[in-house]
Design a protein around this ligand. Structure first.
Ligand code: C2E
Ligand code: CA
Ligand code: CA
Length: 402
C-alpha cells in the first residue's frame, strides 16, 4: 500500500545518507514540501528500493563510510538515472564542485550542492527549483523559446590585461539566457544540454548568431565597435555551409567580419579534425576570428591543436580558479601561456574572480581576460553603459587577433 502511494505521487525524493538523524531532518523538509521521501543508508538499501521507487530527485551525501558519493554517482549513471541529483555534504566547496563536474561527465543531471549545515529555507528553495526545472524545461518549451523569441543575449566584457591597471574593455562574449514565461531567466547550463540532445542546438546557435549580428549593428550605429565572441555548438562545426551562412548574414550589414569571433570547444575541435580544420580555415579566410574555448578542461594538448587556424586560446575557468590554491596550477598556466606565445596564439583567461589572479595572469603575459572580478555577463543596455563609462582601446584587441 505504501509503495502504491509513493509511485502515484509526482515528486519522489530519494535521500542517501549514512546518518539516520540527518536523514530524518531531510525527510521532514522534503515531506513538508508535499513530496514523498525514501531513505537509503548504504548501497544495499539503495539497490533494494531504487528501481521500485523511481525517484524524481536525489539528495546524496558525498561522504559515507562504506560507499562514497562518487561510487553512488557511478551507480546512478549505470542505471541511466534522469532524476536531478543534489549533493549534500560537509566537504568543502571545491570537493563538491569537482564531484558535480564528475557527475556531469557521467551524464547525470547535477542540480547543485549544499553544505551540511544548510538553512532549511535554502534546501526548500533548491528542491522547489528541481520541480520547476523538471516541469518547465522540455523539448517542446525549448522549441517554442527558439521560435518565439524567448532567448536573450547577455554580454560578458573581455578586458585587456596588458594595458595597465585600468583593465580596459576590448570586447565581449555573448552568453545566451532563456526568459521563460513561468520560470524567469534560465541559465544556459540548464537548457543547452537539452538543445544538444534534441538537435535544437543548431537553430538555437542560429538565433544567437542573428541576434548578435543585429546587436553589433545597433552598437556600431552608436559608434561602439567591439569584437564580440559567440559560442558555437559542436554540431555547427560539422556543417560545411556554415562559413558561407555566417558571411551572408554579415554581408547584409556594415559590420566588419573581424568584429566577430566564434568560440569552439576542444571536444568539438577534436571530433573530426579534417572537417573542423576545413570549416575553421574558411572562417579565417573570411576574416572571422576563431577561439578555442575551455582549453585545459579536457585532455588535448597544444601539440594536438597547433595546426588549427586559431586566433585565440581561452583557458578554462577550472584551471584559472586553481591558480589561487595550487603552485602546480600556476606552473601549468605559466607554461601554457609561454608556449602559446611562441605559437603566436594570444591567450584569454576565463573565470577571474580575484585581483591576485588578475595580477598573476598580467605578469605571465596573458593577453585578455573575463571574470566576475571585472564584470558578470550583462544585458545589452547595461553593457553599453559599462563601456561608455570606461576608456576604450579597441585597436589593442584587433592587433592581438590579427
Ligand atoms: P562558456 O562558454 O565557458 O562561458 C563562460 C561561463 O562562465 C558563463 O556561464 C559565464 O557566466 C561564466 N563565468 C564567467 N566568468 C566567471 C567567473 O568569474 N566565475 C564563475 N563562477 N563563472 C564565470 P554561462 O553564461 O552560464 O554559460 C555556460 C555555458 O553555456 C558557456 O560556457 C557555453 O558553453 C554555453 N553557452 C552559453 N551561451 C551559448 C550559446 O549562445 N550557444 C552555445 N552553443 N552555447 C552557449
Ligand atoms: Ca565560451
Ligand atoms: Ca569557456
Amino acid at each position: 500500500m505504501e509503495m502504491e502511494q509513493i509511485i502515484s505521487s509526482d515528486n519522489r525524493v530519494l535521500i542517501i545518507d549514512d546518518d539516520p538523524e540527518f536523514r530524518t531532518f531531510l525527510r521532514s523538509v522534503v515531506e513538508g514540501l508535499g513530496c514523498v521521501a525514501m531513505e537509503a543508508g548504504n548501497l544495499s538499501e539503495f539497490t533494494a528500493i531504487y528501481d521500485q521507487f523511481q525517484p524524481t530527485a536525489i539528495l546524496l551525501d558525498l561522504t559515507m563510510p562504506e560507499t562514497d558519493g562518487i561510487e553512488f554517482l557511478r551507480n546512478l549513471a549505470k542505471r541511466s538515472c534522469k532524476a536531478p541529483v543534489l549533493l549534500v555534504s560537509g566537504q568543502d566547496e571545491r570537493i563538491l564542485a569537482t564531484a558535480e563536474r564528475l557527475g556531469r561527465l557521467f551524464g547525470l543531471t547535477m542540480h547543485g550542492s549544499l553544505r551540511k549545515l544548510m538553512h532549511v529555507a535554502t534546501l526548500e528553495s533548491m528542491l522547489q527549483q528541481v520541480w520547476q526545472d523538471s516541469s518547465g524545461i522540455t523539448p517542446e518549451t525549448l522549441d517554442r523559446a527558439i521560435r518565439e523569441d524567448e532567448l536573450v543575449l547577455h554580454f560578458q566584457p573581455k578586458i585587456d590585461l596588458q594595458s595597465g591597471p585600468l583593465f580596459p574593455i576590448i570586447g565581449c562574449e555573448v552568453l545566451v539566457r532563456w526568459m521563460h514565461p513561468k520560470l524567469g531567466l534560465i541559465q544556459p547550463d540548464d537548457f543547452i544540454p537539452l538543445a544538444e540532445e534534441t538537435g535544437l542546438i543548431q537553430s538555437l546557435d542560429d538565433v544567437v548568431l542573428r541576434k548578435t549580428i543585429a546587436q553589433l549593428q545597433a552598437w556600431q550605429n552608436l559608434g561602439i565597435n567591439h569584437s564580440t565572441a559567440v559560442n558555437l555548438s559542436p554540431t555547427s562545426l560539422t556543417d560545411l555551409d556554415f562559413p558561407d551562412r555566417i558571411a551572408g548574414l554579415l554581408a547584409e550589414t556594415d559590420i566588419d567580419p573581424s568584429m566577430l569571433m566564434v568560440e569552439i570547444t576542444e571536444q568539438a575541435a577534436m571530433a573530426d579534425v579534417g572537417l573542423v580544420t576545413d570549416i575553421l580555415t574558411q572562417l579565417r579566410l573570411k576574416n572571422i576570428a576563431v577561439a578555442l574555448d575551455d582549453f585545459g578542461a579536457g585532455y588535448s594538448s597544444l601539440v594536438e591543436i597547433y595546426r588549427m587556424p586559431l586566433s585565440e586560446l581561452k583557458l578554462d575557468r577550472s584551471l584559472i580558479v586553481d591558480i589561487g590554491v595550487s603552485a602546480d596550477a600556476r606552473t601549468v598556466v605559466k607554461a601554457l601561456i609561454a608556449l602559446a606565445r611562441e605559437l603566436k596564439l594570444p591567450v584569454c583567461a576565463e573565470g577571474i574572480e580575484t585581483i591576485e589572479i588578475a595580477n598573476f595572469l598580467q605578469n605571465t603575459g596573458c593577453a585578455t581576460a573575463q571574470g566576475f572580478y571585472f564584470s558578470r555577463p550583462l544585458p545589452a543596455d547595461t553593457f553599453r553603459e559599462h563601456i561608455e563609462s570606461q576608456p576604450v582601446d579597441a585597436s589593442a584587441f584587433q592587433r592581438r587577433t590579427a
